[in-house]
Design a protein around this ligand. Sequence first.
Ligand SMILES: Cc1cc2nc3c(=O)[nH]c(=O)nc-3n(C[C@H](O)[C@H](O)[C@H](O)COP(=O)(O)OP(=O)(O)OC[C@H]3O[C@@H](n4cnc5c(N)ncnc54)[C@H](O)[C@@H]3O)c2cc1C
Length: 267
Amino acid sequence: MTTPQTSAGPRGGGRGRQRLPRRRLTVAEVTRVTPRLVRVRAEGDLAGWTADGPGAHLKVFVPGADGGNVMRSYTVRRYDPEQGEIVLEFGIHADGPATRWASAAAPGDTLEISGQARGGFLPRDDTRNILLVGDHCALPAMSSILESLPAGTRAEAIVEVVDLDDRLSLSGPAEPVVTWTAESGRPGGQLVAAVRDMRFPEEPTEIWVGCEAGVMREIRRHLLAQGARRATRTATALDAGPLTLHTRAYWKLNTANHSDHDTGEDD
Ligand SMILES: Cc1cc2nc3c(=O)[nH]c(=O)nc-3n(C[C@H](O)[C@H](O)[C@H](O)COP(=O)(O)OP(=O)(O)OC[C@H]3O[C@@H](n4cnc5c(N)ncnc54)[C@H](O)[C@@H]3O)c2cc1C
């Protein structure tokens, strides 16, 4: 392992953000969960490695075209630091190095991951209504979040997949209601249409959105016009509106390695 590095990136604010050392892992098992979703279980030293809640993402480092490594964002589907294992799920829909790596992955291959995972979904304790809206590459995050919601939560998910044969079982103690749509026309178009048709309950609802950058902005704009407020880490039940928004772009059309910090705030 290497020593921690610091960076003054967009969020570093010039003060420098500590980067924990990367971990090198070995692929133990590869499963084709659906025609376009590959699950990779990898093993290695994960002592002290952390993820901040369901749907948290890390950086994966895989070989790029020029022989060096490229970095991409992926969701921690499951991890067990004591067993030293982590599970990631790769959508097979992009034409990029991470997708190519996952398509060909086999036991014994190696990959590196960042020192920790961030950006997990942590709803307020008093939230009883949760809506998840996402596309195919947000499925690992939606699966993890739905598994984490306690019984008694009204959980709903709207998912757009490339084809309906990519549906999988989304379950959890909250017994979520899931609506599946197949891509038709531009990616994410079905998500925009579904959200526009929704009527929201009177009680506070937290809405999580993960999809293509332009589609996320359209959904965000519509929900803000409905009176939604964006989530902040300090919001309380009193100062939050009836609809609280958590948005993140998971990819951007015609753009490789889109930023994992894009929440649409610039819109
Ligand atoms: C917080 C976060 C968590 C994520 N978690 C996951 C995850 O668990 N599983 C997962 O599969 N993806 C996940 N993604 C999305 C993944 O990082 C991108 O799809 C990534 O661009 C794929 O890398 P690549 O090397 O295959 O393609 P790139 O080299 O990045 O892109 C090549 C081309 O493919 C297009 N492209 C990229 N992604 C998609 C897509 N999803 N659908 C259609 N076209 C695409 C790009 O626009 C570009 O033209 C996550 C992204 C974020 C920000």
